[in-house]
Design a protein around this ligand. Structure first.
Ligand code: NI
Length: 171
């Protein structure tokens, strides 16, 4: 169903949620998580991924499944809890945003094998963008990796795969 866990992958983070509360991976034990990294100034990739994942999550929830999607920023200098809360509430309300210090964010990125690095962008108000890995990770209620979904996969495939994993767990 899914390919194996990436080498040295650890579904661990120690961050702050978009309400300003401390939020680490251990706070979410008992829940399925769908974890996606990006930044709110992202022009193309994040809006596309978040829209697709939001639709998947909305459909799963409508069918009675429980899953918590998380959006972890790779741009904590701009993505404060307040910025993330407003961005997600406006367009992707299923998601809980997480941010932190630069060090906390870098540690989360390393744990999830996410690559993201600032580069100049003359079209951006602050002059930079942050190209990033565009993969959603499914984490099971024990906090273990149980699948990943690159941005290029279409919605039906992602929906069907996650639904079968959740249904198997609930059975
Ligand atoms: Ni993005």
């Amino acid at each position: 169903m899914s390919v194996g866990q990436p080498p040295e992958f650890r579904a661990e983070f120690d961050l702050t949620d978009h309400f300003g509360r401390a939020a680490s991976n251990s706070d979410f034990l008992g829940e399925f998580l769908l974890v996606y990294f990006g930044f709110t100034n992202c022009k193309v990739v994040c809006p596309r991924s978040l829209a697709k994942l939001s639709s998947v999550v909305g459909r799963l929830v409508a069918e009675g499944h429980a899953i918590q999607p998380l959006y972890l920023t790779v741009d904590p200098e701009r993505d404060t809890p307040e910025v993330m809360r407003r961005y997600l509430a406006a367009a992707f309300p299923h998601f809980l945003g997480l941010t932190g210090t630069r060090q906390q964010v870098d540690e989360a990125k390393a744990n999830f094998r996410i690559f993201a690095e600032r580069k100049p962008d003359p079209d951006d108000p602050e002059g930079y963008e942050v190209p990033h890995t565009a993969i959603a990770y499914l984490i099971d209620p024990a906090g273990e990796y149980c699948g990943h979904f690159p941005d290029h996969l279409d919605e039906e495939l992602v929906f069907d795969r996650i639904k079968s994993i959740l249904a198997a767990h609930e059975a």
